[in-house]
Design a protein around this ligand. Structure first.
Ligand SMILES: O=C(O)c1ccccc1NCC(=O)[C@H](O)[C@H](O)COP(=O)(O)O
Length: 202
């Protein structure tokens, strides 16, 4: 069964909706973004998340000290590296991690081989910020990527996620804009997205 991550959560009722609907992971954005949360805010949100749901912190070119401090204070399970972080830097930090590759073409996909992170997340290149664009990229570029490590993001929503799973067969799908109305998370859309993914056997 494909796993689901709901990213860019900022409010308790949205975290609760995601958890109750069966999300496998939730994401908190600590990078420049309209969805950015402070450490204290994320810490409160994290307390609503049971142990079996992964808590993922999204960062863009943060320092090792910032990463370590946030990981510890919020009790994160994974660091999501959404900037230009090198494989050497990620290895030096040594925390459980997901490397994000912004996909323009097949060369971006091949970069996954250079990272020994637990997972690789393929996303559409950011527009205003580094992620959360709400735009889809060409999924056919992912045909050769081993499924076990792969998280698919970028413009997913309840209408297109089943087709995305059929084409790409990722380990996990990740959504942010697709469960928002007027740039704010919507509980009904969160529940609908998770239900739609769970319906689709992978
Ligand atoms: O969501 C953001 O605003 C963001 C800003 C800077 C770096 C990463 C960001 N989001 C990370 C995510 O994991 C999103 O879920 C992913 O980019 C997909 O977003 P969307 O296309 O809006 O579903």
């Amino acid at each position: 069964m494909t796993k689901v991550k709901i990213c860019g959560l900022m409010e308790p009722e949205h975290v609760q909706a995601a958890v109750e609907a069966g999300a496998d992971a939730v994401g908190f954005v600590f990078a420049p973004s309209r969805r950015r949360v402070a450490i204290a805010q994320a810490k409160e949100l994290a307390q609503l998340v049971p142990d079996h749901v992964m808590k993922i912190g999204v960062f863009v070119d943060a320092t090792q000290a910032e990463l370590e401090q946030t990981f510890r204070k919020v009790s994160l399970d994974y660091i999501q590296y959404h900037g230009g972080e090198s494989a050497e830097f990620i290895e030096k930090v040594g925390l459980p991690s997901i490397k994000v590759l912004s996909v323009h073409d097949s060369e971006d996909v091949e970069k996954a081989n250079g990272y020994e992170t637990e997972y690789v997340l393929f996303d559409t290149p950011g527009i205003e910020f580094r992620g959360g664009s709400g735009e889809v990229f060409d999924w056919s570029l992912l045909k050769e990527v081993p499924v076990e490590r792969m998280i698919l993001a970028g413009g997913l929503n309840s209408q297109n996620v089943k087709e995305a799973i059929r084409q790409v067969r990722p380990f996990m799908v990740d959504v942010s804009s697709g469960v928002e109305i007027d740039r704010r998370k919507d509980e009904t859309l969160i529940r609908e997205f998770i239900r739609t993914v769970k319906e689709e056997e992978s």
